[in-house]
Design a protein around this ligand. Structure first.
Ligand code: GLC
Ligand code: MG
Length: 598
């Protein structure tokens, strides 16, 4: 495919794609009328077929994307300046990690003011300019909404902690100590633990009570049992919807409620990375009341046109809990992040086959939502290739996971930099660690800095991220070869692999909207059929999860495919470009094969 067309404007781009599709990709009946090319996500958006079922969502970590004022920290103007790149990649929506005023203990997930912009990222005017520019390119903007906790520097918490009878006292979770030790030290109300290590209770010496924090000490939990909190937080959603955003990624939402009776969480065998006993968050996570609040949030965004979306961050323990996130009447979140799939940190084909099948057939009939990388996890490049040293094989694995992400029916969420093959650059010395989790957990838990390093744009100073002499996290050492500028003209680059897959997802009817059926042509291979809509070819995907060649055998007749696989659409195994597709196929180690099937 010709790369040049990615440089054209969006409308020309769409037309051009249609023409190219007719010329090169789409065979048979479909080629005869241009009208059957699926509409661009930005042009078809109805309540029953909303944009978020087809669009590709791209997470931007604003500190690390593009710095324009030379302070070594990314900013809003930087994001705006890269919208053309994002458009050319084929992205439909950006989710931006928090940019609100924050002491940056948890790099923005500790919010001091929900309805303002942190000056280190820019101004509200910069934000408005960003949304306008995004809109003009048909890129939707999704904000990060952090309802579970504020910063301890928020005006709400400052009031709350100022005295026991402050009107905002009950906006947070305050409790008396369980008692005092013989030498007068307070004892926390129970054994609840922070996600980031140690007790979840922090003693406030001046008012002589503990407050609860599921995350860092500086992130006190809001009390969602207080209607004033609910109202204030719903108004936050309205504030940003009124600014023209198209939805929210709802942070850590399963942690909204805790047991009012303060039962101890069950202790499990062993110690965690922080040296605390392992604990099951039975009374502090996933309480049923969470769903009442998700319905409230959904009602608010549904007040707005354009089919805005809620994406939930919630690490649900199984498909039934994950399904509940959609709501009994599909009245909660439309896209629950699938941690079941994202947390399989190995190339385990049977496990993937089972989980993909489960979510495809989820009882709520909800739209699956996959991600393999984000700001809390090692990057795709490293996560699935533990023990693999050959860079060519690591690249194949990363391509294979990109193919899974972009050819399944699930709405795909990408993480900035994965498309160029950025690696995880974990700090090697504790003095370099910025993420407090890595400081508390060192050396067992080194924190999340490794996946948050600056975006690599070109071969210039700091990979084109910043003109500053120091950047908030160091630029990864491979930036001279792994960057957008070097990869753009190279047909075989990771970047162009991503672009072609995104494009295929957009223009191929089966990939755009077909159901997904898991197949099992070989136990080491993850394979599925995306069924073409009436009269259109289907698409067969095969991913070799093993380090050995694998032979695939399909019973095409049983699948209702009389011709079998008729054409390779994309592969990184050159031998498959012209293979006799109706016979059995051998896939090279970690290779990807995407074929048309009829
Ligand atoms: C979510 C965020 C993570 C943050 C935590 C607390 O898990 O993704 O980065 O530390 O919530 O807000
Ligand atoms: Mg909470």
């Amino acid at each position: 495919m010709n790369e040049k067309r990615f440089l054209t404007s969006s409308i020309t781009n769409h037309l051009l794609c249609t023409v190219l599709a007719l010329g090169s990709l789409i065979p048979g009946a479909w080629a005869q009328t241009a009208t059957q090319v699926p509409p661009a996500v930005d042009q078809k958006n109805t309540a029953s077929d909303p944009w978020w079922k087809h669009g590709v969502i791209y997470e931007i970590y604003p500190r690390s994307f593009q710095d324009t004022d030379g302070d070594g920290i990314g900013d809003i103007k930087g994001i705006t300046s890269r919208l053309d790149y994002i458009k050319q990649l084929g992205i439909d929506a950006i989710w931006i990690s928090p940019m609100y005023p924050s002491p940056q203990i948890d790099f923005g997930y500790d919010i001091a003011d929900y309805t303002a912009i942190d000056p280190q990222y820019g101004t509200m005017a910069d934000f408005e300019h960003l949304t306008a520019e995004a809109k003009s390119r048909n890129i939707r903007v999704i904000m990060d909404y952090v309802p579970n906790h504020t910063s301890d520097q928020s005006a709400w918490f400052k009031e709350s902690r100022s005295s026991r009878d402050n009107p905002k006292r009950d906006w947070y979770i305050w409790h008396d100590p369980k008692g005092f030790t013989a030498d007068g030290k307070p004892i926390p109300p129970n054994n609840w633990q922070s996600w980031f290590g140690h007790s979840a209770w922090e003693w406030d010496a001046s008012t002589k009570q503990y407050y609860y924090h599921h995350f860092y000490v500086q992130q006190p939990d809001l009390n969602w049992r207080n209607p004033e909190v609910v109202k204030a937080m719903m108004d936050v959603l309205r504030f940003w919807m009124n600014k023209g955003v198209n939805g929210f990624r709802v942070d850590a939402v399963s942690r909204l409620f805790e047991d009012p009776n303060l039962h101890d969480d069950p202790i499990q065998p062993g110690l965690n990375a922080f040296g605390d006993p392992n604990i099951q968050h039975k009374y502090t996570d996933n309480l049923p009341e969470v769903h009442d609040m998700l319905r409230e949030m959904r009602k608010v965004i549904d007040e707005y046109p354009g089919n805005p979306v809620l994406i939930s961050e919630a690490d649900e323990p199984n498909i039934f809990e994950l399904s509940k996130m959609y709501g009994k009447n599909n009245d909660e979140v439309q896209l629950p992040m699938d941690f079941q799939v994202a947390d399989v940190n190995e190339l385990n084909a049977p496990k993937f086959r089972q989980l993909l099948d489960e979510v495809e057939n989820n009882p709520a009939h909800g739209q699956p939502y996959f991600f393999f990388g984000n700001h809390d996890q090692d990057r795709i490049w490293d996560r699935y290739s533990i023990g693999v040293n050959d860079p060519a094989m690591k690249a194949r694995i990363a391509r294979m996971m990109a193919a899974l992400l972009l050819t399944s029916r699930a709405t795909p969420q990408m993480y900035y930099g994965d498309e160029i093959g950025m690696i995880t650059s974990t700090p090697t010395r504790i003095e370099d660690v910025r993420d407090p989790e890595g400081i508390t957990g060192w050396p067992k838990q080194k924190g999340r800095d490794g996946e948050r390093t600056p975006m690599q744009w070109d071969t210039s100073k700091n990979a084109g991220f910043s003109t500053s002499n120091t950047t908030w996290l160091p630029v990864a050492s491979d930036y001279k070869t792994v960057n957008v500028a070097v990869e753009t003209p190279d047909h075989e680059s990771m970047l162009n692999w991503y672009k072609r897959l995104i494009e295929l997802r957009r223009i191929n009817p089966a990939l755009y909207e077909g159901n997904m059926q898991m197949l099992n042509p070989n136990e080491n291979v993850v394979s599925y059929l995306r069924k073409g809509p009436a009269g259109q070819p289907s698409v067969l995907v095969a991913l070799n999860f093993s380090d050995k060649p694998q032979t695939l055998k399909y019973d095409f007749t049983a699948l209702g495919l009389s011709k079998g696989a008729t054409k390779t659409l994309e592969t990184d195994d050159p031998s498959l470009n012209h293979a006799p597709l109706t016979k059995s196929i051998t896939l090279a180690p970690y290779a990807t094969w995407i074929a048309e099937a009829q």
